[in-house]
Design a protein around this ligand. Structure first.
Ligand code: DBV
Length: 250
């Protein structure tokens, strides 16, 4: 059972309609990784596959798909815009564990408390948020320190039912991704020095938080070891600092 394969297929097909889509390099050893976990009857193969693209406005579009049987499925899909756009991040964390499904879907703002920014990137999607939230009730507790990184249109839900994921979550994912790509189409490059510096700071703040607090770190470390996991996190999943460092050395 691969609950999130249709999500991935949909996203890739939609992206491939864009004539300017290019592959983004995936470091060797990270395209696909597998391990056998558990004991006896409970043994399962856990396979993690990675996908990555870029466009002139989007620095990295990447997905990590973890498939480990009926009670372990994850699709983490994030879009990182180039640093000369004020676009939010597209962030989907779709997680199925033995305890059920945990769904986070958002356009994560660069500037959470900026009214003009909210008017530009959150207000237009509030109707979508309200339509989907009816079927996806608030998922409760989540880390307080993560709050600055989510928009008021953050869809956050927990469910026990596959059907909710297959229908309502999938519909929300499609709508949010389409709306995001509309924002991308409209985005104009930022040229003002101060605004560019603020974007870089906001991107780094987000990236550092996510790399440091990656909720999948424990899981990946158990499956694939510390070395692979840290390299996957810093060299692929959240690679901006590395990219900036290597650009600066030229
Ligand atoms: N989460 C990731 C990546 C994953 C991933 C790259 C490739 O950022 C999976 C895999 N998320 C993942 C897993 C769990 C969660 C949970 C496996 C379950 C962890 C566990 O219970 O063992 C949103 N994801 C979560 C949680 C949140 C998010 C709030 C609950 C866990 C917790 O309480 O810490 N998405 C996550 C998040 C941000 C985001 C914190 C912050 C900006 O965008």
């Amino acid at each position: 059972m691969t609950l999130y394969q249709p999500f991935l297929d949909y996203a890739i097909a939609l992206l491939q309609e864009r004539p300017d889509l290019q592959p983004y390099p995936i470091p060797a050893g990270f395209e696909s990784k597998s391990a056998i976990v558990g004991k006896g009857k409970h043994q399962d193969e856990v396979v993690t596959t990675s996908y990555a693209y870029q466009t002139p406005k989007l620095r990295q579009i990447r997905a990590a798909h973890v498939q480990g049987g009926g009670s372990l499925q994850v699709l983490n899909f994030v879009i990182f815009p180039h640093l000369n756009y004020d676009l939010p991040f597209f962030g989907a964390d779709l997680v199925t564990l033995p305890g059920g499904h945990l769904i986070a879907l958002d356009m994560q703002p660069l500037f959470r408390d900026d009214a003009a920014y909210q008017a530009k990137y959150t207000q237009p999607i509030l109707p979508l948020f309200e339509a989907h939230q009816q079927h996806l009730p608030w998922g409760g507790d989540f880390p307080e320190e993560a709050r600055p990184f989510f928009s008021p249109a953050f869809l956050w839900t927990r469910s026990q039912q596959d059907e909710v994921v297959e229908t309502h979550v999938f519909a929300a994912f499609k709508d949010y991704l389409q709306a995001y790509l509309n924002f991308v189409d409209q985005a104009e490059p930022v040229t003002q020095t101060q605004a560019l510096a603020a974007i870089e700071q906001a991107q780094l703040r987000y990236l550092r938080y996510r790399a440091e607090k990656d909720p999948a770190r424990g899981m990946f470390t158990r499956f694939y070891g510390t070395e692979w996991t840290e390299e996957y996190i810093h060299g692929f999943l959240f690679d901006l600092e590395r990219r900036l460092a290597s650009a600066a050395s030229y």
